[in-house]
Write a protein that binds this ligand. Structure first.
Ligand code: AMP
Length: 210
């Protein structure tokens, strides 16, 4: 799944995961979980995440390789937030060809920059289950509490306006070239991410069923 931060990749990847019974693999979630557990990987990643920068390729590629070797990936998976650089995409190609797995679709979720900034600065995330809310458009029933699991909602450190702008720059410089990369391979599908989450998901379903 490609798209700028705040495009709704996490929300849609979660729906895909449930609907198609495939694991949702989010490199950002893996880093945040490592940070919660205080691992060396989590602490290293935090240095970059807090500045809105991408974590170095070598760190990311190894964790994805490990994760894809888990047997739950045998019948498919949805990758959210990986690859984010051409080097990562090349590494992914190598891993998948060794495993005899092929990418079916690359979904490019498109959202204008001003919408993304508004979404991210008002985003709240559940610390327990990862559910995502928006203070204005999709608030929780009880302030600060997750509707799904009762967990505590928090604002991601990297969702401040300043860091969001840095993340958008990283996206434009390092991740956007993947649009051309996957388009050349005939795998890219544009999805309008500015619609309501239900509508976006319908477009994804239609594309995947295509
Ligand atoms: P996300 O939750 O996908 O928005 O990712 C949050 C942050 O984790 C990003 O801003 C990066 O600092 C880091 N990150 C997640 N995935 C990657 C990746 N594939 N490559 C480099 N950094 C990543």
């Amino acid at each position: 799944m490609l798209g700028p931060p705040g495009a709704g990749k996490g929300t849609q990847a979660e729906r895909i995961s449930i609907s198609y019974s495939v694991p949702h693999i989010s490199t950002g979630d893996i880093f945040r979980e490592n940070l919660r557990q205080g691992t060396a990987l989590g602490l290293k990643a935090k240095e970059y995440m807090d500045r809105g920068e991408l974590v170095p390729d070598a760190l990311v590629i190894d964790i994805v390789k490990d994760r894809l070797e888990n047997p739950d990936c045998r019948d498919g998976f949805i990758l959210d937030g990986f690859p984010r650089t051409v080097a990562q995409a090349d590494a992914l190609k190598g891993m998948l060809s060794e495993m005899g797995i092929y990418i079916d679709h690359v979904l490019n979720i498109q959202v204008p920059q001003d919408v993304v900034v508004k979404r991210l600065t008002a985003r709240r995330t559940c610390g327990s289950c990862g559910s995502i809310y928006h203070l204005l458009y999709d608030p929780p029933r009880v302030e600060g509490v997750c509707d799904d699991c009762g967990g505590e909602l928090y604002r991601r450190d990297d969702d401040s306006e300043e860091t969001v702008l840095a993340r958008l720059e990283e996206y434009a410089g390092k991740t956007q070239p993947l649009i051309e990369y996957y388009s050349r391979e005939g795998l890219l599908w544009d999805i309008d991410g500015s619609a309501e989450p239900d509508e976006v998901f319908e477009e994804i379903r239609a594309t995947v069923a295509g």
